[in-house]
Design a protein around this ligand. Structure first.
Ligand code: ADP
Length: 300
């Protein structure tokens, strides 16, 4: 497993504000990494430094083990709020992006066209971008980021502004790009992070406080629980009052959510069967990434 991109103590200071503080991580070629963290934790600043748009205050970025490589031509970047010239057509804009990345001008038109077709804008090639919807703009933003076939694709909140249908479409496009590119994207939509991630990087106040595979992070922070659905709120209340375990309840649900080890499922089912209460469902639940996010975000 080779690291295509590596940061060492990457740091950005604005005045007295440490926006990014000694952040070190590697991206393994052909993998997807989700950069997550609360607002203001340094995600955009980190991506902008990797994209070459911001000069780091300190630290290093290396590409394929090379420390001072000019990585810009290997990188495609979709900013959180991509800007377009409203008087340009999608094709003109994408061609311009291809030229700026250094692509031979003989290929720009055909590559721009192919890329726009790939992102689903084949019918809108010659439409002016000023008339584009939010979803179309996001597709165009993606097209300008990938037209030069970069090895690394950086995306800042690629789906946050989209409705569920648009989100699904962009996620599917990203998944199909995954085969050819190493992807790093920031998101606060954790379902997306769950869907397309080999590695999670968790920033808090500019520091990388957690990193690892989705399953490692889940195992580390998971606090499993049982959720029991009763026939009535009264039954849930009675269970909470009498149960031998620590139980919380809400309407018709009761939760056995111990900090330490949970009782065996058999013990729970046995107790419930003899309780005389009306039971509809018993389920063992694991923490969602959302819950884990809250835990890591609050940790001091
Ligand atoms: P995120 O993308 O996680 O929301 P950002 O990288 O945008 O976080 O911001 C990290 C921190 O750096 C924030 O506290 C923000 O206020 C600060 N910051 C970002 N850009 C600038 C800037 N141009 N000047 C001063 N402070 C900035």
């Amino acid at each position: 497993m080779t690291a295509i991109l590596e940061t060492t103590n990457l740091t950005k200071i604005y005045g007295s504000e440490q926006a990014v503080n000694k952040v070190s991580f590697s991206l393994i070629e052909g993998t997807s990494t989700a950069l997550i963290g609360p607002n203001g934790s340094g995600k955009t600043t980190t991506l902008s430094m990797l994209a070459g748009l911001l000069q780091p205050t300190d630290g290093m970025i290396s590409f394929n083990g090379e420390k001072h490589a000019d990585i810009r031509k290997h990188i495609g970047f979709l900013p959180q709020y991509p800007q377009f010239f409203s008087w340009m057509t999608a094709l003109e804009f994408t061609e311009m992006a291809a030229r700026l990345s250094g692509m031979d001008s003989r290929h720009t038109k055909i590559e721009a066209q192919k890329t726009l077709e790939f992102v689903g804008l084949g019918e809108a090639l010659r439409k002016k971008t000023g008339a584009f919807s939010g979803g179309m703009k996001q597709r165009l933003g993606l097209a300008q980021a990938i037209v030069h076939k970069p090895k690394i694709l950086l995306l800042d909140e690629p789906v946050s502004a989209l409705d569920p249908v648009g989100r699904r479409e962009i996620m599917n496009l990203l998944k199909s790009l995954q085969q050819n590119m190493t992807i790093l994207y920031s998101t606060h939509i954790l379902n997306d992070a769950e869907e397309m991630t080999n590695q999670l990087l968790f920033l808090r106040k500019g520091e990388l406080v957690e990193q690892g595979s989705l399953s490692d992070v889940k195992t580390k922070y998971d606090s499993p629980r049982y959720r029991v659905e009763f026939a009535s709120a009264q039954d849930a209340l009675t269970f909470a009052a009498r149960s031998p375990w620590k139980v919380s309840y809400e309407e018709i649900f009761a939760f056995i959510d111990l900090d330490n080890e949970l009782p065996e499922m058999n013990a729970v089912l046995g107790y419930l069967a003899n309780s005389g209460l009306g039971i509809r469902k018993v389920e063992r639940q694991t923490s969602s990434l959302e819950e884990i996010f809250m835990k890591v975000a609050r940790q001091e």
